[in-house]
Write a protein that binds this ligand. Structure first.
Ligand SMILES: [Zn+2]
Length: 345
């Protein structure tokens, strides 16, 4: 079948691949319809690795996908041929301790699409466990289905923060994950959500599409503390750190209310010093996330309900045949762009 293959660092080809995919009784075969390009795909393309995950052999890219079921295994009950679906891209060992404890995202044996050496989903069809394949509401488009994966990180972060209605939050970092986290915090009932970044184009995007619900903080002009004071607030209940920048941790406690919490989403490239006493003086708690777990159905419901509008996030669309161009564009992504989507026919 045709696939988008990262041959090695800096070299993407569209070509035929032969993948031995057996449909076991618990699997479904899915014809892929839309795939979003993720920052991680671009890291592998440009740098050839993310930390210890190194591209050593040709690998099919892509992990944010939606499609249509074309074949079901004999034991599959909740899906049928023709169902429109989106897929959770990390396949754990279903009998591991982590999986049995409900934390299958932390299973060391998890096989995640387009994380070396596992092939991704930018190809005509995939075979996938039915338990990680979710039927989409008729109201959802294939683009929205492919966006469930990145949005899941935001919704899961908000779930871990234990935000309750009326709470206030700051999201640091207005990249795709920062924006979807802010949207998830708003959908969870926050009375005020700020998003802070140094890139004006990113903030302009938020202001244009979500300005009625999310307030931007341009860190080139003001600090988060200054804006919070200007709003007559003592602090916020939760800070979502979605920038991965070490600088985000400087003075992070100053913007929090006593008893507040911090959710760490961004992954700094090296260890970050943290002011422990400042955390203690306000009894601030820290939550962390690694991808997400048991959250796709919630995300699908949120999007279908209209409470979380992801449509504006797709800023450019390419056809499958134009995939190499799509990656070249995404590798130098202008700051005003958010999600690049590839549509298969
Ligand atoms: Zn992703």
């Amino acid at each position: 079948m045709k696939a988008v293959v990262l041959e090695k660092k800096g070299d993407i080809q569209m070509r035929d691949v032969v993948l031995e995919e057996v449909l076991s009784p618990e699997d479904v075969r899915i014809k892929i319809k839309s795939v979003g390009i993720c920052g991680s795909d671009i890291h592998y393309f440009k740098e050839g690795n993310i930390g210890d995950f190194i591209v050593r052999d040709p690998m099919v890219l892509g992990h944010e996908a939606s499609g249509v079921v074309v074949e079901t295994g004999s034991a599959v009950k909740h899906l049928k041929v023709g169902d429109r679906v989106c897929m959770e891209p990390g396949i754990p060992d279903f009998s591991s301790i982590e999986t049995l404890e409900g934390m299958y995202n932390l299973d060391p044996a998890v096989r995640f699409w387009a994380t070396p050496p596992i092939h991704g989903c930018l190809r005509e069809t995939v075979v996938h466990p039915a338990s990680l394949t979710f039927k989409m509401d008729d109201r959802l488009s294939f683009h929205e289905g492919a966006l469930v994966e990145p949005v899941a990180i935001g919704v899961y972060s908000v779930k871990k923060s234990r935000v309750s209605s009326g709470d206030t939050a700051v999201v640091i970092g207005a990249g795709t994950i920062g924006v979807v986290t802010a949207l998830a915090a708003d959908a969870a009932g926050c009375s005020k959500v700020f998003i802070a970044d140094i890139k004006t184009e990113k903030l302009d995007f938020v202001k244009k599409h979500y300005g009625d619900r999310i307030e931007i903080i341009d860190l080139k002009e003001k600090t988060i503390s200054q804006v919070i004071k200007q709003n007559g607030m003592r602090g916020v209940d939760t800070v979502f750190e979605a920038s991965g920048s070490a600088r985000a941790y400087e003075g992070i406690c100053d913007v929090l209310l006593p008893g507040g919490n911090i959710v760490l989403i961004g992954m700094p490239s090296s260890p970050v010093p943290v002011d422990v006493v400042a955390l203690q003086a306000k009894e601030i708690s820290i939550e962390t996330i690694f991808r997400y777990v048991n959250i796709f159905p919630t995300v699908l419901n949120l999007i279908a309900s209209g409470k979380l509008n992801v449509k504006p996030l797709v800023t450019k669309t390419y056809s499958f045949d134009q995939s190499v161009q799509a990656f070249e564009y995404a590798a130098g992504l202008p700051a005003e762009d958010v999600k690049i989507m590839i549509d298969l026919e």
